[in-house]
Design a binder for this molecule. Structure first.
Ligand code: BGC
Length: 257
């Protein structure tokens, strides 16, 4: 179904590419809310560039989008616009310029950044991190627990992009292979068992960056009552307030970076 044309300003189409689903919605970037219901399409398997680009085209077409587009991508995108690393999508992505590729098919202005960084931008501006989004705001680490583990580091409200702290080693393994939300389901772990893994991960990360605040995001953030009791860190800890919409809203905010 093709949706009505939504006015372009201050609307930005936010697209959040994940290892499991690709979600999008037009976003009011001044107020931080969705201007229409979000729409989700399962990430094509294998998650190769051509298949994912055709999903992106479908999403842009769904709203007949005329304005700017912000895109969160589950991997390292440096300021040259190229993908340098991705753990949960095909390795064919390495070296692809996501921004330019979407711009060339859509003729829209596009900004692409790491998906955890985009979720963090949304939480810092409109959600759990907003009190820290200023000079003297200290260190905030947003952690997204989903298919993988994403991290977004903010110092006095400034994003230090592409931190990739989801790949530190815990018990000889890549941390996201122990503590991502996907592992709980895949291994049939209880909330307690998985919560203890998340706790071990947070304690290790805390030693590295000493945050004042951890924000825990990803779809699982709406179940914080089930696992926060197992988390024991020195920093304050809060669930993402924008829940799973942080990725879409933050992707849209990236156009203003
Ligand atoms: C990727 C990160 C990404 C995270 C969440 C990790 O596997 O390396 O770049 O932010 O997954 O999607």
């Amino acid at each position: 179904m093709v949706k009505k044309n939504i006015d372009v300003e201050p609307g930005v189409l936010g697209i959040d590419i994940g290892g499991t689903g690709i979600k999008a919605a037009p976003v009011d970037i001044m107020k931080g809310f969705l201007l229409d219901e979000r729409f989700r399409i399962a990430t094509p398997q294998p998650p190769k560039p051509a298949a994912i680009f055709s999903v992106l085209e479908e999403l842009i077409e769904r709203w007949k989008w005329q304005g700017r587009i912000g895109c969160g991508f589950p991997g390292v995108i440096k300021c040259d616009g190229n993908v340098h690393f991705t753990a949960n999508l095909s390795q064919e992505w390495i070296g692809i310029n996501v921004q330019k590729a979407i711009e060339s098919t859509s003729s829209r202005k596009v900004v692409a950044i790491n998906d955890a960084d985009s979720a963090g931008l949304a939480e810092m501006k409109f959600g759990a991190g907003r009190k820290h989004n200023c000079h003297g705001g200290g260190v905030v680490l947003m952690i997204t627990l989903g298919t993988g583990i994403g991290t977004a580091l903010f110092v006095d409200g400034h994003l230090v992009s592409n931190t990739e702290l989801g790949h530190i080693e815990i018990d000889g393994k890549d941390a996201e292979r122990r503590a991502a939300a996907s592992r709980r389901k895949r291994e049939g772990l209880s909330w307690k068992k998985w919560g203890e893994r998340v706790n071990k991960y947070l304690q290790a990360v805390e030693k590295l960056v000493s945050p004042d605040l951890f924000i825990i995001g990803g779809g699982v953030s709406k179940h914080s009552d089930k696992f926060f009791e197992y988390l024991d860190v020195t920093a304050d800890i809060a669930p993402a307030e924008m829940l799973n919409n942080a990725g879409i809203v933050g992707a849209a905010l990236a156009v203003e970076l």
